[in-house]
Design a protein around this ligand. Structure first.
Ligand code: PMV
Length: 348
């Protein structure tokens, strides 16, 4: 079990946590009825180093949360803070300030890194046990399912029916792997993943087939990851992605997250693969495209998709565990290698 670095609270009791988004290679899409975010399908994911959420939490008289400078409605986050108090057995109230280095709620897994950082920051501020990764993962899951995976670095699995994710390999497993994040559209997504999953489960005739097929995809992906075989992993990842979208297109009303630029990028990637470049795409509940590739091919892939991006593509390595960091101010949006020269992501 990896240990969590500790950062002592300052004189105001503030702590600072950082977590990275979890990009699903095999998708979590569908919740079991009852429970809070219990997955109907097993997912397998990689943690992205180049994107991050930084969260500072201080004990306070009242609960509050602001994300990227915008105060959030108290009712929305209250159940999560209550769960933290139940878990830690305390009555601490939390004043939380969170910054994403990338657009929020746009299909770039801000909820995964956001709730992983929030779970770690609040547990630390309340004096709870931040070394129990399983408990942190179970807590983060209650904010957002994919956040259970963002507690861990490297490659993670979250099994169907499980309350917490587990680490398969740490971030050193596959040093040559790169993920190009192509943000093709800047706005927020039209339907939350939570609503889209529930609508799919309740109305898509393809949903049961998706759940029945999911274990075979997971097994193939895990074997490909163990063998560090990018072509096999990329192939199964594309199948998982497209089958997930097929269930959404079958929902009533249908759910469509893609933009024209999404399709343009997919066609460029198909062309790159025909020419022998490693370029395997996935998308989530949003229009953005993420591409698995190698250190050798990453710049070429980023250049190729750049004309369809709203902001510069970002090239990421595999990220580490959610952690506590010394210094209690959230850092500015400053992460990631930007293809195309700029080292800052413009926000649209
Ligand atoms: O846990 P949520 O609500 O962020 O849903 C995540 C859903 C997908 O990103 C589409 C798939 C996944 O496994 O991350």
């Amino acid at each position: 079990m990896p240990s969590v670095p500790t950062a002592d609270p300052d004189s105001t009791g503030a702590v600072h946590a950082r977590a990275h988004p979890s990009l699903a290679l095999v998708k979590y899409w569908g919740k079991r009825p009852g429970g809070t975010n219990i997955p109907a399908t097993s997912s397998l994911a990689v943690t992205l180093d180049a994107l991050s959420t930084d969260t500072v939490c201080r004990p306070a008289d009242e609960d509050s949360l602001e994300i990227d400078g915008r105060p959030q409605p108290p009712g929305r986050i209250a159940p999560f803070f209550d769960r933290v108090r139940e878990t830690v057995r305390c009555d601490t109230r939390f004043a939380v300030s969170s910054r994403n280095s990338f657009p929020t709620a746009a299909g770039l897994a801000s909820s995964a890194s956001g709730f992983a950082a929030l779970a770690l920051a609040t547990v630390a501020a309340a004096g709870g046990d931040t070394t129990d990764r399983h408990a942190l993962s179970a807590l983060a899951r209650q904010g957002s399912g994919s956040a259970s995976r963002s507690v861990f670095g490297g490659f993670t699995a979250w099994d169907a029916g499980a309350t917490a994710a587990r680490q398969l390999h740490d971030e050193r497993w596959w040093p040559e792997l790169r993920i190009v994040v192509a943000p093709v559209h800047g706005g927020p997504k039209p339907v939350s993943s939570r609503d889209a999953m529930n609508l799919t489960r309740d109305s898509s005739p393809f949903y049961d087939a998706w759940v029945a097929d999911a274990p075979a995809l997971f097994q193939r992906a895990e074997a490909a990851l163990d063998a560090r075989d990018l072509e096999r992993l990329g192939t199964v990842m594309r199948e998982s992605t497209m089958r997930m979208f097929a269930t959404m297109l079958g929902a009533a009303p249908p759910i469509l997250y893609w933009r024209p630029q999404t399709i343009e990028v997919l066609q460029r990637l198909a062309e790159l693969r025909r020419r022998g470049t490693a370029a395997w795409e996935t998308m989530d509940a949003g229009p953005q495209v993420k591409i698995l590739t190698t250190a050798d091919d990453a710049d070429a892939v980023a250049r190729e998709v750049s004309p369809w991006c709203a902001t510069s593509p970002v090239i990421s390595t595999v990220g580490g565990d959610a952690c506590l960091v010394p210094g209690h101010e959230p850092r500015e949006r400053d992460t990631g290698k930007r293809a195309g020269g700029s080292d800052r992501m413009n926000h649209t």
